[in-house]
Structures are given as structure tokens and as C-alpha cells.
Design a protein around this ligand. Structure first.
Ligand code: GSH
Length: 230
């Protein structure tokens, strides 16, 4: 199968992270969203990535439908055994996907005040997560599951921002932070993106035109001494 992708898209990463977790082999084709190729427009009804081209040649679109398809066709299940567990996994996964664009908005904020305002909105959701998370393991137990994978793109981006710009979106959320660390340790975050993901991500969200980019600039002017700082 093939994923049509844009390097820093969280909806794409949710799909590729699930593919990685399930051990399903896939190819990736990157496109430019500012100059979408005609073949892509012909197969993508919403004009958006991700699109998954199955081995039969069907073009699946909408990340939510794609991840449900992957769960259906794979022997390794990530949603849980009972109908209740699956409904809850879908719902928390849906909440993650609904948070992708607000996160992009917060990361793109051009001033301290707009970052604070957007962060406050994210904090409402993060607070719900903090209350729902167990003290150890993954969201639904000891096994990596559907909800973990849906939130992984968000937690991956927060990790890069903290390391590169010193801004901690998860400050005050100790359970979410511990969960983020456990998820990052699985290696799926890196495996599910292109080798130059961090460079592209930093170039876009931590550029001079964003407030977070300005924070990063201040760090690189001598305030940052961490070995793994970008
Ligand atoms: N509801 C869609 C959202 C996907 C989405 O917003 N993709 C963005 C990139 S992150 C995109 O393709 N934007 C191009 C456009 O909307 O023209 C899904 O879940 O697949």
C-alpha cells in the first residue's frame, strides 16, 4: 500500500504511526500542498492528505476512515476487545484528531499573547487527558493502543518544541508528560515520519515569524546549552 503524504501533517502521522505499530509495510509519496498534482486531485475527493492507496488500487481518504480500515484488515488490533473499549478508543482518538489543528494554530502564534490564548484552549483538553490517563503504561493498559497512536503526533510535536524552543505546552500535566515520554521511547514517533521531519517542522513552526521561533532564536543566542537542542 502507499500513503500520499505531506511531511509535517499530523493526520498523516496518525496513519503512518498505526502502520508502524501494526508492522504493515508501506510506501510513501510526498506531494506539495501548494501545488497539488493532478493525479492526486483526481483520486482525493477532499483534496487533502493522507490518502491511502490500497494494493487493489482503491484510494482511501479521511484519516479517521483510513485508520479504521487498517484496524479492520490487520490481525494486530489496537482498539480493544469489547464494544465499549472500542467506542471509547474511537472517541478519544477522535478528540486527538480534533486537537491537531488547534495545536497547529498554537504553534503558529506570532505573539506571546496569542500563544497564551491558544495554549489556554489546548489546556482545557489536556486537563481532560490528564484526568483520564492511568499512572503508568499506555492509555488503555500495558499495550500500545489506538488512543496512544492518535495522540502521538501531538505529543511528538510538543517534545520537539520543548527541546528546541524551551516552551513546555505540557507544564503542569505530569501524567501527560510521563505518557509522552513512554510513547517517545517506543521509537514510533521517528519511524512514522521522514528523516528530515524535524528540520521541516522546525523550519515551519519555529521560524522567525512565530513566537516560538523567537524563543528558539533567543536560546541559540547563548541561553541554550543542551546537547540535543536543535
Ligand atoms: N479531515 C482530514 C484532514 C486532513 C488535513 O487537514 N490535511 C491537510 C494537511 S495536514 C491538507 O491536506 N491540507 C490541504 C488542503 O486542505 O488543501 C483528515 O482527517 O484526513
Amino acid at each position: 500500500m502507499k500513503i500520499v503524504s505531506f511531511k509535517i501533517c499530523p493526520f498523516v502521522q496518525r496513519v503512518t504511526a498505526l502502520l508502524e505499530a501494526k508492522g504493515i509495510a508501506y510506501d510513501v509519496e510526498y506531494i506539495s500542498l501548494s501545488d497539488k498534482p493532478q493525479w492526486f486531485l483526481d483520486v482525493s475527493p477532499n483534496g487533502q492528505v493522507p490518502v491511502l492507496i490500497t494494493d487493489n488500487g482503491a484510494a482511501l481518504f479521511e484519516s479517521e476512515a483510513i485508520v479504521e480500515y487498517l484496524e479492520e484488515v490487520s490481525d494486530i488490533k489496537h482498539m480493544g476487545d469489547s464494544a465499549e473499549q472500542r467506542a471509547l478508543a474511537r472517541a478519544w482518538g477522535y478528540l486527538a484528531a480534533k486537537t491537531y489543528l488547534p495545536q497547529c494554530g498554537a504553534m503558529s502564534a506570532s505573539s506571546k499573547s496569542s500563544l497564551q490564548e491558544r495554549h489556554d484552549k489546548l489546556r482545557v483538553t489536556l486537563n481532560k487527558l490528564e484526568k483520564a490517563l492511568p499512572a503508568e503504561g499506555f492509555f488503555s493498559g500495558q499495550k500500545l493502543g489506538w488512543v496512544d497512536i492518535a495522540w502521538l503526533p501531538i505529543l511528538h510535536r510538543f517534545e520537539i518544541i520543548k527541546r528546541c524552543a524551551g516552551f513546555d505546552f505540557l507544564e503542569g500535566f505530569s501524567k501527560v508528560t510521563a505518557w509522552q515520554q513512554r510513547l517517545m521511547k517506543t521509537g514510533i514517533a521517528e519511524q512514522s515520519v521522514a528523516d528530515d521531519f524535524e528540520e521541516k517542522f522546525v523550519g515551519y513552526y519555529l521560524s522567525n515569524s512565530t513566537y516560538l521561533g523567537q524563543l528558539r532564536g533567543e536560546r541559540s543566542l547563548g541561553k541554550c546549552c543542551a546537547a540535543n537542542c536543535c
